[in-house]
Design a protein around this ligand. Structure first.
Ligand code: ADP
Ligand code: MG
Length: 683
């Protein structure tokens, strides 16, 4: 038995200098260390003949040393070392820079392996800065070498050594975490072998087996954790059959605009669900501005006319108020009574609302998390709508649903969720999509720019504000931080704007660490046009509607997920004015440039999200923690769909046979879910 919870500092090679570096990578314990999986591998196991080498590739050669080291000195003590090596197909020149300690390392006539980058010029074959082993030794060559994710000041070699030492402590002693019957049935590698092979695979086949095991385990854990929550509502139970005579068209015909085809189609699906006795469980996805709210208003109308109450949950008070306005605008003339319930309300006012709710004098109750509170009692809750779902967890959804008897549930989200992810999160939900924006929307112009354009952007903001418009400026940090000294912070930038750049305008800031009351106040003043420039973190990313704002500037745009950038962009372009999204980015990596290009060229949130997932992998996609799921250490939702399907099939069977994981054969599963679930899944 090994204690995987022991601090990583006891592993050989982890000194006081490395410890904080490891911690930055999220490695605190021995367990973290051995599950810090490589992001890539270099195959240094198969030597090539010299005449097979290709320019630009990294390759391994197995050769005899054919010359002494030749040393050339340049200005400022720069040294180039060159040495000739040979096999039975040709010669190759090895070069190193400044590594003078190599001078007497190699002996003419002896055999070595070298691994490095090949340069071929005018038929001359060279290899630069190769790593090496003497014949018979396999330290840097002769095997598949793991490459670990971003290591700050920790070199690959150092980290690899530490992980090797960590593995020595645990190998052969790890307790199996997956039940035997599952290992057998799904042909999964056992934990000890898989742990070794995922770090230092003998060959790529063993690597694939190891990876499959860990992906399977990771997905199974999440799946079981989620289904343990979902199984709280019984899908086969009877729900409400809403009245066929309560016609959605009553409202549709009275609207000041024509619904889009997509909206009409979605409403038809919802109408069918509502009239059906099976409880509706539907996810409504639609890009920002696609008009989801009106869909929920019409559904609430049908519920009210059938004699049932609706609960509409929004993630913030501002959004709840916005909804309240829109619901009233449409529904008051039909005699449907809407009310709003927020945190911080006066006791007397709150009591009155709760009283009316219980008596059935309120048809639609709109609010925030305040709706979940225990003493909020409905007379007959028939429809639950949660807006911007990713802000709510599955558990919160379950709590509000429990206030009715199998009410219909409509979950609305503007965060485009790739299909694989939707399968995990909403395996049991039907999905409707609004894939069309209302006509006559002006396209938002998106400009990715480098940091040196700052001055021009400030002037651009100024000229728009002078015309009466408003601007958002989003920063990745709240306060300055040494760790990210090239990142803009909200407080710093707001001060600069207030005092130096825009003293003639009102500049305010907004971030998640502020009190809810303060945030609501600032947001309200921005809505009312009293604030011209709002500097903020991504707290403004969800649903706020300020049609007069036409500029969205994002600082350090390279730091954000594309789906998130798309959400931010959706804050503008909500009125009659031409709107702009300016993405200020740093660094010129190929991925960054590609990502910025996608933002410029696509205004479709689904396309943006899929591309993002493809470019960055699901780890980082989840890194935004938008979905309340843990980051996946190894599963990639793009590549691992087939494993996900196997896992879902298995999870379904387990759910039927042993929903609480109480059978002896599932005790390991219980432990696995409990550990991860409590620590990492915040739902
Ligand atoms: P979201 O899907 O982002 O929640 P909203 O529901 O807030 O979008 O809709 C954005 C705006 O578009 C609202 O002002 C709404 O009244 C308006 N709208 C919705 N549907 C249509 C339509 N079919 N034609 C014109 N305007 C519409
Ligand atoms: Mg909305």
């Amino acid at each position: 038995m090994v204690d995987l919870k022991q601090s990583v500092q006891y592993v050989k090679g982890v000194g006081p200098n490395n410890l904080p570096l490891l911690q930055k990578l999220g490695i605190e314990t021995l367990g973290d260390l051995i599950t810090f999986f490589p992001r890539n591998y270099e195959d240094r196991s198969k030597p090539k003949k010299i005449d097979e080498l290709v320019d630009g590739e990294e390759a391994l050669i197995d050769v005899i040393c054919a010359s002494n080291m030749n040393e050339t000195r340049f200005v400022r003590n720069k040294v180039i070392l060159k040495m000739l090596v040979r096999d039975d197909t040709g010669d190759c020149v090895l070069t190193w820079f400044n590594q003078t300690y190599l001078k007497n390392k190699f002996k003419v006539g002896e055999r070595y392996q070298f691994y490095g980058k090949v340069n071929i010029k005018y038929g001359r074959i060279e290899m630069s800065k190769p790593v090496y082993d003497k014949e018979g030794i396999n330290k840097n060559t002769g095997k598949i070498i793991p490459i670990y994710p971003l290591t700050y000041n920790l070199s690959q070699n150092k980290l690899r050594g530490i992980i090797e030492n960590g593995l020595k402590l645990v190998l052969g002693k790890l307790d199996e975490t997956i039940p035997e019957y599952i290992l057998k049935q799904y042909n999964l590698e056992d934990i000890n072998k898989a742990t070794m092979q995922i770090h230092f695979p003998n060959n790529f086949e063993d690597y694939s087996k190891a990876r499959r095991r860990f992906v399977f385990e990771e997905l199974l854990t999440v799946q079981l954790a989620l289904s343990s929550l979902k199984s709280r509502y019984d899908k086969d139970m009877d729900g409400i059959e809403f009245n066929k005579e309560a016609k959605m068209s009553d409202v549709i015909n009275e609207l000041p605009f024509k619904l889009t085809k997509a909206q009409l189609k979605v409403l038809e699906e919802i109408d069918n669900d509502m009239e059906n006795s099976k409880p509706m469980n539907r996810l409504l996805q639609g890009d920002v501005g696609s008009g989801k709210t009106i869909v929920s208003i019409i559904a609430a109308y049908k519920a009210a006319k059938s004699g049932y109450q609706s609960a509409i949950m929004a993630p913030t008070a501002i959004l709840a108020e916005q909804h309240m306005e829109e619901f009233n605008k449409v529904l008051s003339k039909f005699g449907v009574k809407c009310e709003i319930l927020l945190g911080g309300m006066r006791v007397k006012q709150r009591r009155e609302i709760l009283e009316k709710l219980k008596n059935g004098e309120i048809d639609v109750l709109i609010g925030t998390h305040a709706l979940i509170v225990e003493d909020v009692e409905f007379k007959n809750l028939g429809l639950v709508v949660t807006d911007e779902q990713h802000r709510f967890g599955v558990r919160q959804r379950a709590n509000i649903v429990a206030k009715g008897t199998n009410p219909d549930v409509l979950v609305m989200t503007a965060t485009p969720i790739p299909r694989t992810l939707a399968l995990i999160l909403y395996g049991d939900l039907d999905i409707s999509i609004i894939d069309e924006l209302p006509p006559n929307r002006k396209k938002i112009e998106t400009y990715p720019v480098m940091k040196n354009m700052e001055k021009r952007i400030e002037e651009f903001i100024r000229s728009n504000v002078a015309k009466g418009r408003q601007a958002y400026v989003v920063c990745p940090l709240v306060e300055e931080s040494e760790d990210f000294d090239n990142f803009k912070s909200v407080t710093e930038l707001a001060e600069k704007y207030k005092n130096d750049i825009f003293p003639e305008y009102r500049v305010e800031y907004l971030h998640g660490k502020m009190k809810q009351k303060e945030k609501d106040q600032i947001m309200q003043e921005f809505k009312d046009g009293e604030i011209q420039i709002l500097v903020s973190t991504t707290v403004i990313e969800v649903g706020v509607n300020v049609p007069n704002a036409n500029i969205m500037v994002v600082q350090n745009a390279e730091h954000f997920g594309l789906a998130q950038l798309h959400q931010l962009r959706g804050r503008v372009g909500r009125g009659e004015y031409q709107s702009y999204c300016i993405l200020i980015y740093e660094g010129n990596s190929k991925t960054t440039r590609e990502r910025m290009k996608i933002m410029k060229e696509s205004d479709n949130g689904f396309v943006v999200a899929e591309k993002d997932l493809e470019l960055r992998g699901s780890g980082e996609f989840f890194g935004t923690r938008q979905h309340g799921l843990p980051e996946f250490k190894i599963a990639n939702l793009f590549e691992d769909v087939s494993i996900l399907k196997e896992v879902q099939e298995l999870a379904g069977k387990i759910e039927k046979a042993d929903p609480r994981l109480q059978k002896k054969e599932n005790s390991r599963l219980y432990k696995m879910v409990e550990e991860k679930f409590d620590e990492r899944i915040n739902i």
